[in-house]
Design a protein around this ligand. Structure first.
Ligand SMILES: Nc1ncnc2c1ncn2[C@@H]1O[C@H](COP(=O)(O)OP(=O)(O)OP(=O)(O)O)[C@@H](O)[C@H]1O
Length: 245
């Protein structure tokens, strides 16, 4: 029997008159790579923002690793529980090199010696070791995104919520980034994968949930979901056509 890592119940938030997320229910099992997809503005990033504590929901609960997260719990305390996320636009310390970008995060919960060891492990795992002395501002988009994932790893997360890590990458960069995601998942880290590139979703995810206008539209095996007429209609026959077939 799979164990649940994250469960959201009746999660809702409005901005002014806009119901950005409405009565959302879903769960992620430990070790899963779950896709969170849906057209622009359907509420994906807002959902991640509520789980990570950037926004506080108006209604509903978030349960992580068996415990309900108090609405007032800070972003930092949620990170300590094991909740990590990337941003659509990576936010590294531009003036620091790759090593120090990861090390500064590792240092938050480790001694100096432990932080060095953890940083080196992560540099090897993410294949960034050769770039450790490069200033992050000089990295390609692909490597900047890898470094963003590496910085998440430095918090020793149980889950990483990845917000459009494939955006702006060419096909070969996408392949190597998908390999990295598989490597991270093999380390026992659960992944919530927000993505518009459906080929990537089909390639790496075991299950997908689809949002439309803030509500859950459907969920299931990625290829099945992408062929669902409701999903095709929500995307107006656009991106959902790319099923990887
Ligand atoms: N801070 C905010 N203030 C006002 N409205 C917001 C705010 N954040 C999100 N919204 C609105 O909530 C809705 C959902 O937006 P969200 O960014 O979660 O969608 P998304 O599915 O992540 O879209 P995309 O695929 O374009 O990133 C949109 O109508 C958006 O304009």
């Amino acid at each position: 029997m799979m164990e649940r890592l994250l469960e959201v119940k009746d999660l809702s938030i409005s901005f002014g008159g806009i119901k950005a997320v409405q009565d959302l229910n879903f769960h992620i099992d430990k070790g899963e790579v779950l896709a969170l997809i849906g057209p622009n503005g359907s509420g994906k990033s807002t959902t991640v923002n509520m789980i990570s504590g950037v926004y506080i929901q108006n209604k509903g609960t978030i349960t992580f690793d068996g415990k309900e997260i108090p609405t007032k719990m800070s972003i930092a305390d949620r990170a300590k529980l094991g909740i990590a996320r990337t941003f659509q636009t990576p936010k590294p310390f531009a003036h620091l090199n790759v090593f120090d970008n990861i090390y500064t995060i590792a240092l938050q919960q480790n001694s100096k010696a432990q932080a060095v060891e953890l940083t080196n492990e992560i540099l090897n795992l993410t294949k960034l070791y050769d770039l450790k002395d490069t200033k992050s501002a000089k990295l390609s988009i692909e490597k900047r995104k890898w470094m963003d994932l590496a910085r998440c790893m430095a918090t020793k997360p149980k889950i990483i919520m990845m917000d459009e890590v494939m955006a702006g990458l060419n096909p070969s960069e996408m392949e190597s980034s998908l390999d990295l995601i598989r490597t991270i998942n093999k380390e026992g880290i659960t992944v919530l994968f927000i993505e518009h590139v459906m080929k990537a979703v089909v390639s790496v995810c075991t299950r997908a949930i689809v949002l439309n206008q803030g509500k859950l539209l459907c969920e299931g095996e990625p290829r099945t979901v992408l062929n669902d007429p409701q999903v095709v209609a929500a995307y107006l026959g656009g991106e959902a056509n790319v099923t990887g077939n």
